[in-house]
Every structure is written in C-alpha cells, then in structure tokens.
Design a protein around this ligand. Structure first.
Ligand SMILES: Cc1ncc(C[n+]2csc(CCOP(=O)(O)OP(=O)(O)O)c2C)c(N)n1
Length: 360
C-alpha cells in the first residue's frame, strides 16, 4: 500500500472513514462536527437548492417541458456540498452526466441551469448542451460529460495544465462506479501518479450503473482498491455525510497542492430516483431505498443545525421557502427565454483550420 500521508491513521480526524477494513463498517463514532455555524448553514442551503431544483426538473420532465436525457442527483447532495466547501473557487471541477447538483453547488445560478434544461439560449451552455452538458468557464465547471468515463482522462489533462502553469489549483474529477470499469481509468491513474498531478479522483459509488449493481460488474466491489495498483492514496468514505466528504477532500487537496499527487476517494452514496427519467428502478427493492432515506443528508444536517441551535426550525422553513421561490423564478426565467438562433449550430464547435484530410 502507498506510504503516503493520507492513510487511515493520519486522517483519523476524517469522518465516516471506512478505509480498507474487510468489515465495511462506517466509523460514525469518529464524526467530527467541529464545523462553524456558517459551514453547516451553507451545506444545508446548497443541498436544499439541489433537492428542490431536481424535484422540479423531474416534474417538468413529466410535463415535457424538459426533453432528452435527464439524470437526477437526489440523494447524493452531500457529495456536492461537502466538496465545494473544501475546495477553492478556482479549483476546476469535471464530472459525468449527473451534473446538475455539482453545477448548482459550484454557483452556476439556478436560472442558467434551468434554462439549459429547457434548451434555451440563456442556459449555462447556451441551450446547446442540455442536462448532461452543463458548463461554465467562469465557475471553473468543465462539464457535464455523457460518454461514461470520458471525463477521467480529461480531468487528469486539466490537472497537467494546472501543474504546468504552477497555478496551485487542484482538479476535482468525479465519476460513477460504472465508469470505474473503463480502461481509460487505469491509464489515467498510472500517468497521474507518475507525474504527481494535482487531481482528486472522486468515485460517487451510488451502487448502480443504470440497472447493474456494483456486485454484478466486477469481483472488486471496493472501488477504492483500484488506486492501490498505482500506489495512489485511496480511501472509502461515507458520502451521505457532508463532514466526511469535506474532511477528506480538504486533506486530498492539501496533499495535491503540496505536489504529492492524486488521491482516489470512493464516496459511498445513493440515488433515490432511477438512473434517468425513463427508469422504473425494478432492480432494487423499495426497502433498500427507504433504508438509505433514513440517512438523508439534508435531514441529518438539519438535525445538527437544530441541536446546536445554529438556526430555529422556523428559520429553516423560511430558507426552504426562499429556495422554492428561487426555483420558481428559475422556471419562469427558462420559460420566458428564447431558443438559440439556428445560426448558433455553427458556433462553439471544435474546428481545425486546414485539417489535412478535409476535402473542400
Ligand atoms: C462509453 C459509454 N458506454 C455506455 C454508455 C451508456 N451508459 C449511460 S449511463 C451508464 C451507467 C454509468 O453508471 P455510473 O458511472 O455508475 O454513473 P451513475 O449513473 O451511477 O451516476 C451507461 C453504461 C455511455 N453513455 N457511454
């Protein structure tokens, strides 16, 4: 195993750490709630925004206001909230097609996100990307990728750029456990470790790749073990806890900024909804979904806020009302926005002048 600073022993203050125990037991007793009121309220607000946005997106899809592919992030909100609070605003993020939550957490306004789902010109990708391709250069959010695993080498390439320019920034590169079975992951891990690239590989293991459970896709069900072949510091953490995500991302970012290279974090999470809007999710039981809902990240953070008297329940209700209004406004903004002009089809495309095989 890697002799790095980021091991179970050295991050014993990290929360919900599972590391490599054969008995996969989440160490809840080590939960460090030593976070400020502002951080807790920030997590709560970000997660509520994602949840209310996604619920609304689901309804609008049913009404055919949103078309095409649409993958909801409901249940996984703690991963986005805990990541963003641990990173610097200039640290680039790249993720897969289940991207609404991360984009909202990174600060792309709900208006722009909703307009993108509607295919409108005011969307964050000018209405040309849709649900799977949110993008914002300004917010350092580099997609939104529909090809499973495609963003893993891209994330390493972005980290190479940060290293080359000595920017001091760290790339957060997200993928699902289904994408972890792609061969490109191994080539990427090898080069990222060889060159000590400033990248955190974050596998959001929600248990299913479309309808295929993680157990049916490989003999190795602990994705965190995949980093060990490259001596990459690799950990498995409880992704239903903002504290766990924040602590481990912060440690991994610190070590990457020091030039110590990448970390693999397997974040155990769960999606409450089907893979996409057309998935009846018959491959799992209702009981399983209900069991995860008992660990709902918004409920958990809400209880901690109330217990510590960071806010009263009426203040949390008011926050919820504020977010509902924000999402209502975003829907109106999207409805009222124009579709892109047909000429837009020729812009924002990659083109190489004088491409040798191009016949005019
Ligand atoms: C290269 C490629 N192969 C197959 C697909 C079809 N596909 C779309 S989503 C998906 C499952 C991916 O699951 P995972 O990476 O675990 O992400 P999650 O949906 O759980 O967030 C597959 C196989 C694709 N989009 N790209």
């Amino acid at each position: 195993m890697a002799t790095t600073k980021l091991t179970k022993e050295t991050i014993s203050d990290a929360v919900g750490l599972v590391a490599f125990e054969s008995e996969r037991k989440v160490l809840k007793e080590t939960i460090d709630s030593n976070f400020s009121k502002e951080i807790y309220l920030g997590w709560y607000e970000v997660m509520l925004r994602i949840r209310r946005f996604e619920e609304r997106a689901g309804q609008l899809y049913g009404m055919q206001k949103i078309r095409g592919f649409c993958h909801l992030y409901i249940g996984q909100e703690a991963v986005a909230a805990g990541t963003i609070s641990a990173l610097q605003a200039e640290d680039p993020i790249i993720t897969a097609y289940r991207d609404h939550g991360m984009a909202l957490a990174r600060g792309i306004p709900a208006n722009e996100c909703m307009a993108e789902l509607f295919g409108k010109s005011t969307g964050c990708t000018k209405g040309k990307g849709g649900s799977m391709h949110f993008f914002s250069k300004e917010k350092k959010f580099f997609g939104g990728h529909g090809i499973v695993g495609n963003q893993i080498p891209l994330g390493a390439g972005m980290a190479f750029s940060e290293q080359y320019r000595k920017s001091g920034q760290v790339v957060a590169c997200f993928f699902g456990e289904g994408a972890a079975r792609q061969g490109a992951l191994h080539e990427t891990f090898n080069m990222a470790m060889l060159w000590k690239l400033p990248v955190i590989f974050i596998c959001e293991n929600n248990g299913y790749a479309m309808g295929t459970s993680v157990k049916r896709s490989s003999n190795v069900i602990d994705i965190s073990k995949l980093g060990l072949a490259y001596d990459m510091p690799s950990l498995q953490i409880d992704g239903m806890r903002c504290e766990a995500v924040h602590n481990t991302i912060a440690k991994a970012a610190e070590s990457a900024r020091k030039g110590e290279g990448p970390t693999l974090l397997e974040v155990k999470t769960y999606r409450y909804k089907g893979h996409s809007m057309s998935d009846p999710a018959k491959y799992r039981t209702k009981e399983e979904v209900e069991e995860y809902k008992l660990k709902d990240p918004i409920e958990t953070i809400g209880s901690t806020i109330l217990k510590n008297e960071f806010a009263s329940s009426s203040e949390l209700d008011n926050l919820n009302e504020k977010i509902i209004k924000e999402i209502d406004d975003a829907v109106k903004f999207a409805e009222d926005s124009p579709y892109p002009d047909p000429s837009e089809i020729y812009t924002d495309n990659y083109k190489q002048e004088n491409y040798p095989f191009l016949i005019d």
